[in-house]
Design a protein around this ligand. Structure first.
Ligand code: GDP
Length: 299
């Protein structure tokens, strides 16, 4: 229900427009397909995903020339579900701890908020969560994270501003082991200054983490702002080249009609969407389920 409300703008901007288009037509012809393509692209489905969806509709048309416009809606819904499900992998929180979840993304996308929401969500699920304030570059990043730690009722490991992020990672990993944490949520610097620098910094962080906790980080979540549409896609590509991203978080879906970007990014990058942000409050983060997401849009 909350998901449906969070997606109301995208619902109107994408499915609402599709329904208006289909409702006025008796048959599926080239003109309809062309207008549909335009709707998909302006709703931020992206070139690649739009082409794939259109191709699926054309294939279906080739099999069943008498298909009515409602078929188009069905095929779109099925194809979006299928493409999201295809890259979906289980997110296993129940492995022996501490499990390390590294969070990456540029400033302003909602990284701090997302970490706070995750700490709250996992604590509510009975996990012992520890935060690591690995963004030592930005003034006040650790302060902000500490506020969220307070809201979620979890501990935080932080150093002074300007400290080496790898040193924070090392101390946080040690503390996670010593305190018997189930999950260490590690923030990272939110600047994509240059790809090489970011890569080097995160490589070092990974190295020291793995020294304390074998196989850490177990997950690297990339946080992206859905309201930025195609820019989010560009950012995602850059990060994927620089870091081993294992999953995505799309924030601010409540504030945008560009929710189609969720499908575009997952499909383009072949990465699972793990969570979506649908508000500023601590409860406003939802585990992502492809079927449910697409149904909230279409039904
Ligand atoms: P950071 O710089 O990436 O750490 O970003 P912050 O976590 O400080 O968030 C930046 C702004 O986005 C804040 O005003 C947040 O309240 C807001 N924000 C984060 N997630 C969401 C969301 O899912 N929905 C909405 N509407 N706002 C969000």
């Amino acid at each position: 229900q909350r998901m449906r409300r969070g997606l109301a703008k995208t619902q109107a901007g994408l499915v609402g427009r599709i329904d208006t288009l289909l409702g006025g037509r008796g048959k599926v012809d080239a003109e309809l397909i062309e207008e549909l393509e335009e709707i998909l692209i302006t709703a931020d489905l992206g070139m690649q995903t739009t082409q794939a969806l259109i191709a699926a509709i054309e294939q279906r048309m080739a099999r069943d020339a008498a298909a009515d416009p409602q078929m188009v809606r069905q095929v779109l819904q099925q194809e979006m579900s299928r493409r999201l499900a295809e890259v979906d992998t289980p997110f296993d929180l129940d492995r022996p701890g501490p499990m390390v979840v590294m969070v990456v993304g540029v400033n302003g996308v909602g990284k701090t908020t997302t970490i706070g929401k995750l700490a709250h969500l996992w604590t509510a699920q009975g996990k012992k969560v520890l935060l690591g304030a690995g963004d030592t570059f930005r003034a006040a990043a650790a302060d902000q994270l500490e506020v969220w730690a307070g809201r979620a009722g979890v501990d935080i490991v932080r150093h002074a501003e300007g400290a080496d992020p790898a040193a924070v990672a090392f101390d946080a990993a040690k503390a996670a082991v010593a305190r018997g944490a189930d999950i260490l949520l590690l923030d990272t610097a939110g600047r994509l200054h240059t790809k090489v620098n970011l890569m080097e910094e995160l490589k070092k962080v990974r190295r020291v983490l793995a020294r304390e906790i074998p196989e850490a980080p177990h997950e690297t979540l990339l946080v992206l702002d859905a309201t930025t549409g195609q820019n989010a896609l560009v950012q995602a590509r850059l990060f994927k080249e620089a870091v081993e991203v294992t999953g995505l978080v799309l924030t601010k879906l409540d504030g945008t009609a560009r929710g189609g970007i969720v499908v575009a990014i997952a499909n383009d990058l072949q990465l699972p969407v793990r969570f979506v942000g649908i508000g500023e409050g601590i409860e406003d983060l939802r585990p992502f389920e492809p079927e449910m997401f697409v149904r909230a849009l279409f039904e």
